[in-house]
Design a protein around this ligand. Structure first.
Ligand code: NCD
Length: 300
């Protein structure tokens, strides 16, 4: 593995290998930290808002004993002076051993990888993909189910058009057998054709039946910043609100995931229900990113 650019680059075996390394990383985290990446530097270039993704990348590198340099606001980047991304990447690759990039346009990570002499990790490229999020999503799912062995029904709810985490997870989870996928969204933000496969279900209503039958409900925020039409956003912003009553319809051992941040699509009261696993899911980001950094740098 040279770069992490898209969910479609991973085979089932590679995914299982990453999860095994991530489990080793969990042990390191329990003990405190390691020196595995001592002397190595991670650059985080985040040209779109982020809290958990950037901080979990940086925490991962620090827990591995490495160092971090960061650019978190495109306003202060030379790109504001007109520098193209490829040039910025060439320069940053002189400073760091590995780069984690969040950018505004789908395809940016790929372009960056062509210009880079060091590994690039796509930390979200516009409405494109977010493969490290789906690694931690899948790692979380694997902790609760016998992924690939038992039949699982996964329901994606919310903004499936612009939600890059959905694009990546829907792609990545297809490496495993016995997965049945439902996409539930208003027509205006329904899943793009290219992520659909034969056998998937596409619906506009989140019915009680769907909630009762799902093993995994993956809810997402309506991606306000990606709408060109404010009226359209107003029309869909309250499309699905998962409250205590709705989530209680899910089986007790079913799980509710969300990449976070949430706005209004999961009410605060839901956090106390047994199905609510989104904070546990976010925590899994650190060992997963430690695993990726060590693999990409050839340290494990
Ligand atoms: C997601 C993202 O940035 O795509 N957040 C994250 O990285 N956990 C989801 C979102 O912003 O809605």
């Amino acid at each position: 593995m040279n770069h992490v650019l898209t969910a479609s680059q991973f085979s089932r075996k590679e995914l299982l290998d990453i999860f095994l390394v991530a489990e080793e990383m969990e042990k390191i985290l329990q003990k405190g930290k390691s020196e595995l990446a001592k002397g190595k530097i991670l650059a985080t270039l985040f040209y779109e808002p982020s809290t958990r993704t950037r901080l979990s990348f940086e925490t991962a590198m620090l827990r591995l004993g490495g160092g971090v340099i960061s650019e978190t606001d495109v306003t202060y980047s030379s790109q504001t002076k007109g520098e193209i991304l490829a040039d910025t990447i060439r320069i940053v690759a002189n400073c760091a051993d590995i780069i984690s990039l969040r950018s505004r346009t789908a395809g940016d990570a790929e372009k960056a990888s062509e210009a880079s002499s060091v590994p690039i990790i796509n930390a979200g490229d516009g409405a494109g993909e977010h493969p490290t999020q789906s690694l931690l999503d899948l790692f979380t799912i694997q902790k609760h189910f016998r992924l690939g062995d038992e039949p699982l029904r996964v329901t994606f709810v919310g903004d499936l058009k612009y939600g890059r985490t959905v694009h990546s997870l829907a792609t990545m989870i297809r490496n495993f057998e016995n997965i049945k996928i439902s996409f539930v969204a208003p027509q205006e933000v329904q899943i793009p054709e290219k992520y659909l496969m034969k056998g998937d279900t596409v619906q506009t209503e989140l019915t009680d039946e769907v909630l009762k039958q799902s093993d995994i409900v993956y809810a997402t925020r309506i991606q306000k910043e990606r709408f060109e039409d404010g009226i359209l956003y107003e029309q869909v912003k309250d499309a699905f609100v998962l409250d205590i009553q709705k989530v209680s319809l899910m089986r007790e051992n079913a799980i509710l995931l969300h990449p976070l941040p949430r706005v209004n699509e999961i009410t605060l009261g839901v956090d106390a229900l047994p199905q609510a696993k989104y904070f546990e899911q976010a925590r899994n980001g650190i060992p997963i990113r430690m695993a990726l950094i060590t693999q990409l740098l050839g340290l494990v």
